[in-house]
Design a protein around this ligand. Sequence first.
Ligand SMILES: Cc1ncc(COP(=O)(O)O)c(C=O)c1O
Length: 390
Amino acid sequence: MLEDRIISVMDRTELDAYLDQQFPTRREMLYANHAAISPWPRAARDAVEGFARENVERGPMGVSQWLLRESRLRRTIAGFLNTDEDDVAFLQNTSEGINLVAAGIDWQAGDNVVTACGEYVSNRLPWLALAGRGVKIREVDIRATADPEAALLNAMDARSRVLTVSSVQWNDGLRLDLERLGKTCKDSDALFFVDAIQQFCALQLDVRACHIDALSAGSHKWQMGPEGIGVFYASPAARDTLQLHRHGWRMLEQPYQFDHRSLDAAQSARRFEIGSPNTLGQAALAGALSVFEKLGIETTESSVLANTDQLSSGLSSIPGVRLHSPHESRRRSGIVAFSSGSATPAQLRSRLSRKGLFAAVRGDALRLSPHFYQAGENIEKMLGVIEDCI
Ligand SMILES: Cc1ncc(COP(=O)(O)O)c(C=O)c1O
C-alpha cells in the first residue's frame, strides 16, 4: 500500500495532506480511467499557470530557464527509465514515435515485423503501411497461449527486423516480460520497440535491463501530463540504425547557429526533434512528474499493483462477474477489465457513471484503471458501487 511504503519518506498525515493538495477531488471522485486520459495533479496546473503568467508579463525573456527546465525534464525521464538524458526526445505522442521507427528502417522486400494481435491501432497501422515495400506483419495471438513471449519469439525468423509490442496491453492490461523479449531480440539483431504508454509511470521500466532499442509513451495517461507531448527513447545503437526522414533546425548538433547548409544531426535523441519544442507541454509534464519524483516511482508502482490486486479479488467475489485481466501477478498492470452476465459493458458503464464511478468500455469488457493516489479507501468505494450496479 502507498501508505506503508511511503512512511519512511513522510508520515501518514503529511502524505494525506500532500495527496489532498495534489488531487483535490480524490476523496469524492471515483475516476478509474487513467488508461485513457488522466486528470492532472495540481503541480501540473501550477506549472502551466506560472508559465502562462510569465509569458504575459515577460514574454520569452526567461527562455534560458525554459531550456534548463527541458534538460531537467529529460534527466528526470532518463532516471525513471534507467538511461541517459541523451537517449530521450520529446515528441507529440506515442504514435509519432512508432512512425519514426517504422519509417527509419532500411526495409528490404521480404522483411517482416512481429507483433501481438490486438495491439492498439497506432502500433498496427505504421507497420501495415509498409506492405507496399514488401514488408509483412506477423500478428501473434498472445492470449491463445500460456507463454505469450515464446509465441512472439517463435514467430521471428532471420527476416524479422522489428519486434513491436505494447508492454501493457491497452484493453485487458496484460503485461509482457520485456526482459525476455529484449534479450532474444538483441541476440538476433532485431530491433525491439516498445509502446510504453500503458506502463510508464504506472509500473517501473528499465530500458537497459530489458534491452529496449526504442520506446514511445504519450504523457496523458499514467504520467498524468497533458496531451500533445510524449516521451521517446532511442538507444545509441538504435539512433545509428534509424534513418532520418524529417529535418529542421532543432535536430542539429548546433541548433543555434543558423547558417547551416549541411545536415549535422545531433548524436543525441534530440536528432528526432525537428522544430520549436512544446514548452507549455514540458512545463505541465515537469509539474506532473514532480509528484512521482517526490514519492518515488517504486512507491507509486506498488500502490498501482495493490489497487489491481484489491480490485481483482473484490470483483472475483461478486457473483456473475468475469475477470478479463490476468490472474497471475507478474502479468498484472494498472488495468483491470471485467464483464458481468447481468448487463452489457455499455449499460454497466452508464450505471456506474450515474453513481460517480468513471470507467471505459473496451471490447466486450469494462476497463478500470485507477492510479496510485486512490489507494485503499477509494478502491473499496469503487467495488461497492460496482456491486450495487450489477
Ligand atoms: C497502447 C496504446 N498505444 C498508443 C495509444 C495512443 O497514443 P498517442 O495518442 O499518444 O499516440 C494508446 C491510447 O489509448 C494506447 O492505449
